[in-house]
Design a protein around this ligand. Structure first.
Ligand SMILES: [Zn+2]
Length: 87
């Protein structure tokens, strides 16, 4: 897939940061960058959507999913969804 630079991050940087994003280990400013990239980059938006639902279901199955993490993921999915309908 082609690298794009959206929101100050390249695709590879976003993908590298995604698991930390899900785990809530990123700085606030980095979270914003990741979200901006996901919202602005069709490649990563698709990937983020799949990744997000995968992570959420994995977390559900392996129980002990801190609600904060699900909260982060659902917020991401919500933003992706609303960005889609607004476009
Ligand atoms: Zn991207």
């Amino acid at each position: 897939m082609k690298e794009r630079n959206v929101g100050g991050l390249r695709c590879s940087e976003v993908l590298a940061a995604l698991s930390e994003y899900v785990d809530g280990e990123l700085d606030r400013s980095m979270v914003d960058k990741v979200e901006n990239h996901l919202l602005g980059c069709p490649n990563c938006e698709r990937f983020g959507r799949n990744f997000g639902s995968m992570v959420v279901s994995l977390r559900k199955e392996s129980q002990q999913s801190p609600e904060a993490e699900l909260e982060v993921m659902s917020r991401l999915l919500e933003r992706l969804r609303s960005a889609k309908t607004e476009a």
